[in-house]
Design a protein around this ligand. Structure first.
Ligand code: ADP
Ligand code: MG
Length: 359
């Protein structure tokens, strides 16, 4: 029992006043300037994670994701800010002293070693004699039991990726950092590998930071999504909240298609080109709302008025429509049996309360 836990009436409880219980990582005001004349690559970034949480840092190429990971791992020194692991300030420690496991996009396995030897190599914390048996255990966990004696060139991309992950986990790190680890895999393998990995991390209670530019990957893999833009953390929340309640237009657009609609709010209602919409009480004045394509609903217009269908894409499980009304364009997703012809007229209705963008 640690100092933050107390025993009351025989029941073990965690002291709610202690902010740092089971806190695995805390990053405070992390900043990196490569060149003084350029804007910072990472700009005043702060967040914390509890043990076992999975965070995805999501943002476009060049927004500072890899630099953030490299600073956490200790390969890059920050110009300002601190990094705490398990409540210990590790900012000035070497990568080896941090007990962090990393899988980069171009995971390099040793080509002259078998799968088992690659994994054993990572277990320098164990006596040599114990390593092969333990390596086989990690490989079994990753579904690689039948491949232990193969060499990397005898494996598929997905299998190599899992060996790289087994090797990282075999070192029993306190924190795992993943930099676009699925981007070399083809689409179907990417989805299954990512699901398996999430399951494994959750089972093992591993704390993970995943870096990606793929919004679907971030939303499905992580417990929390941190959206980055130009070195800054713009929003940090659950996948559901960043998708449905984006904090600005950049986040709204980066997480998928959206309709940004302006209107004048009064008494919990907003007058918009799509009619009067309900918003939270207390919202007043000029506002912008984000409505996802699946938040809108289409019905055939009976009077030849309404929005005109100008684009339509059949995607198997749904239709993606582009509509025009009073000079504005809207995107709408409908079930694939809701079929409206190009050039026909439809009425757009709104299925949910509009999410007001705070800025
Ligand atoms: P991301 O991983 O989100 O694509 P990076 O962290 O790799 O972004 O890069 C963020 C910014 O920092 C980019 O503008 C990039 O050019 C710059 N940068 C990254 N590494 C270096 C470096 N070693 N020297 C100079 N500039 C760098
Ligand atoms: Mg990168």
């Amino acid at each position: 029992m640690n100092s933050n836990q107390m025993v009351r009436s025989g029941v073990e409880v965690v002291d709610p006043l202690s902010a740092s219980w089971a806190e695995q990582i805390r990053v405070e005001h992390l900043t990196k300037h490569f060149h003084s004349e350029d804007p910072p690559a990472v700009d005043d970034l702060s967040f914390s994670l509890h043990a076992g949480e999975i965070l995805a840092l999501l943002g476009p190429s060049g927004c500072g994701k890899t630099t953030t990971l490299r600073m956490i791992a200790g390969f890059e020194l920050p110009n300002a800010g601190r990094i705490h692991l398990h409540g210990r300030d590790v900012t000035d420690l070497s990568p080896q002293q941090r007990k962090i496991g990393i899988v980069f996009q171009d995971y390099a396995l040793f080509p002259h070693m078998t799968v088992e030897q690659n994994v054993s190599f990572a277990m320098r914390h164990l006596p040599k004699a114990k390593r092969p048996a333990k390596a086989v255990e990690w490989l079994a966990l990753m579904g690689l039991s039948t491949l232990t004696t193969r060499y990397p060139h005898e494996l598929s991309g997905g299998q190599q990726q899992r060996v790289a992950l087994a090797r990282t986990l075999a070192a029993e790190p306190d924190l795992v950092l993943l930099d676009e680890p699925f981007s070399n895999l083809d689409a179907s393998l990417r989805e299954s590998t990512r699901n398996e990995m999430r399951h494994l991390f959750k089972q093992a209670g591993t704390t993970v930071i995943l870096v990606t530019h793929d919004q679907a990957e971030a939303l499905t893999f992580a417990d929390k999504v941190g959206v980055m833009s130009a070195g800054k953390l713009v929003q940090l929340d659950t996948p559901q909240m960043v998708y449905q309640y984006p904090s600005n237009a950049f986040v709204a657009r980066f997480l998928g298609h959206t309709n940004l609609i302006s209107g004048e709010a009064e008494d919990g209602k907003v007058k918009t080109p799509l009619g009067e919409l309900v918003v939270a009480d207390g919202v007043a004045g000029e506002v912008r709302l984000s409505l996802r394509p699946e938040d809108l609903f289409l019905t055939q217009s009976m009077d030849g008025k309404g929005a005109k269908v100008v684009g339509r894409e059949f995607r198997g499980h749904d239709y993606f429509y582009i509509l025009e009304q009073d000079g504005a364009q809207y995107c709408v997703i409908t079930p694939s049996h809701h079929c409206f012809d190009i050039g026909s007229r439809v009425n757009i209705s709104v299925l949910r309360t509009g999410a007001v963008l705070p800025d």
